[in-house]
Each structure stands twice: as structure tokens, then as C-alpha cells.
Design a protein around this ligand. Structure first.
Ligand SMILES: [Zn+2]
Length: 296
């Protein structure tokens, strides 16, 4: 794990929680905490010396801190005993990928003792994604900044975490970045929610490409230009009547939300509005799918 540059921290043997570290409430204020409590994520390390020293003490399980390691882990769980029969997290994720045009590439994957699977993806540099709980789907959580996932080889009373696919982790697909941060396909106005029309394949592809470009743009590297260009292009499709304005706005906001702070969201919203309007004022001419020139 650490050999891959992933930062690890010990978890109590035989368990997936808690980290082998005190809580803030019981902080002794010594050692690493002498200048204030530090959280396990800050102590998570790739240092082989520290790792061999710590793990010599006890057969700790191994937590990989996802965000700090440049990873985002998609955690597909299975329905709990007593839950009504239904699709498990993996089936939900596959269905969602199909509905949103995917892709869902092979990537480094582990299985959990309860029968779930965890897909490990890399995230673009500078991209801080928080984890989610039941947000992407009923049985799909994500582990991002501040979260960890258990490395294969870790054990619990009910079984072990195992390596399922040793493909090197691939980048988190754009549609999953957006699914992680967006609030769903509804435009919220006050307490009333308005359903938003889903785009056809052509417009959906355009949205995906523009939003992917936004997500891939490193922090502070021409982000305003990338955002305004994307919003203008999608505005042109809105103006042409092939894309729902609220859908375009929601997707742009979701893509930009991966960039950084809530404070910048206000400024980003301004760029989105201005460029979306400008694009709508200059509708794109959509070529008919089947040429009609000959008929003239
Ligand atoms: Zn402390």
C-alpha cells in the first residue's frame, strides 16, 4: 500500500474501526498532539520505518486514507439482513453507469467480509472530494477526503478484505465525480422541486465532455476560462432547444464543486450564469441527423 504512495494508519486488530489513536476529547496533548490534537489522517504515512515499527507492536488492520492518497473509493455494499430484497450496491452502480452513459472501467477492486466490493479510483491532483453516504445510490457510499478504506489482508471476525481485481487504479470517471457532488437531477426552488428533463444522447455527451474538462482542470489553472467556455457551449445547446437549462446549470455547478471552497462557489455561479446566458443568446445550429439537403 505504502509502496504505492498510499498513506496508511493502523486500525484495532480484527476490526474496521476505530483507528489505533485517541479521540480529540481524550487528547493527552503530548507527542504529535503537543501543539493541538491531530487526527489519524494527518498521521497516516507512507514511511516504511514508521510502518514496520507500528505493525511490529500488534497485528493491526490497515486503513488507507483515501483522499490523502489521491484516491476515491466507491463502496458498494450489500443489503443488510432484514432489509427488503433488492439490488445490491454493485448492481445499483452498474445501472447508474448505464443510465448516465458511463464508463465504469476496470480498476483496483477489493471485496469486504460482508460480500460488498470497493472500487479504488485515482482523483485529479488538487481535487478534494468528500466522502458520501447513501448519496450515489442506496447501497453505495464513497470514501474521499477524511475517509479511509481497509486494505486487502485486513480481517474482521466475519472474514477478510481481499483483492478482487489487481488492475492499477484508473482515474475516477467524470460522471462519478459529478454523482458524488451533485444533489440529483432536480432544480430546487424554495420547498418545491421541479423535475428536470434529461437530455438526449447527443446533449448528454456534450455535457459530459464539458464537465470532464472542468473536473480535469488543475486548481487555479485557467479555471475561469474553462468554466466560462463550458457554460457558453452548453448555453448554446440550451438556446437550440436540445438541453434543459436547469440540467445544464446543475451539471456545471456539480463539476465546479470539485474544484474547491464554498466561498468560490458564489463567484463560480456568477461565471456560470453569465456564460450560460451568453451562449443561449447565440444558439448552436444543430445539424439534422439525417441530411435533408437532397430533398430541397
Ligand atoms: Zn491528540
Amino acid at each position: 500500500m505504502a509502496g504505492r504512495g498510499w498513506t496508511v494508519f493502523p486500525i484495532q486488530p480484527g476490526r474496521k474501526f476505530p483507528p489505533a489513536w485517541h479521540r480529540k476529547a481524550t487528547c493527552p496533548g503530548r507527542g504529535p498532539c503537543s501543539a493541538g490534537h491531530v487526527f489519524p489522517e494527518h498521521l497516516a504515512t507512507t514511511d516504511p520505518e514508521v510502518i514496520s515499527r507500528v505493525w511490529a507492536r500488534a497485528p493491526y488492520n490497515v486503513a488507507v486514507y483515501a483522499g490523502k492518497s489521491g484516491l476515491h473509493v466507491i463502496d458498494c455494499d450489500v443489503p443488510k439482513p432484514g432489509e427488503p430484497d433488492g439490488p445490491d450496491g454493485w448492481a445499483e452502480l452498474v445501472e447508474l453507469a448505464g443510465r448516465r452513459g458511463g464508463p465504469l472501467p476496470d480498476t483496483w477492486t477489493t471485496t469486504t467480509p460482508s460480500g460488498g466490493r470497493q472500487l479504488w479510483f485515482t482523483v485529479p491532483p488538487g481535487c478534494r472530494l468528500a466522502g458520501t453516504v447513501k448519496h450515489i445510490a442506496a447501497h453505495v457510499d464513497t470514501r474521499g477526503w477524511g475517509g479511509y478504506a481497509m486494505a486487502p489482508g485486513s480481517v474482521r471476525a466475519d472474514g477478510a478484505y481481499e483483492l478482487f481485481d489487481d488492475t492499477d487504479p484508473v482515474p475516477l470517471p467524470g460522471w462519478l465525480v459529478q454523482a458524488n457532488v451533485e444533489r440529483g437531477f432536480t432544480a430546487v426552488s424554495g420547498r418545491a422541486e421541479t423535475a428536470v428533463a434529461m437530455p438526449d444522447a447527443f446533449a448528454a455527451k456534450a455535457v459530459r465532455e464539458e464537465c470532464d474538462r472542468i473536473v480535469r482542470t488543475p486548481y487555479k489553472q485557467g479555471r475561469n476560462k474553462v468554466l466560462s467556455t463550458a457554460a457558453y457551449a452548453l448555453g448554446q445547446l440550451v438556446g437550440a432547444g436540445v438541453l434543459d437549462e436547469a440540467y445544464a446549470r446543475a451539471q456545471l455547478r456539480a463539476a465546479v464543486a470539485t474544484w474547491n471552497s464554498p466561498e468560490s462557489a458564489i463567484k463560480d455561479d456568477g461565471v456560470i450564469e453569465t456564460s450560460l446566458r451568453a451562449g443561449m443568446g447565440n444558439p448552436r445550429r444543430i445539424k439534422p441527423r439525417h441530411g435533408t439537403r437532397r430533398a430541397a
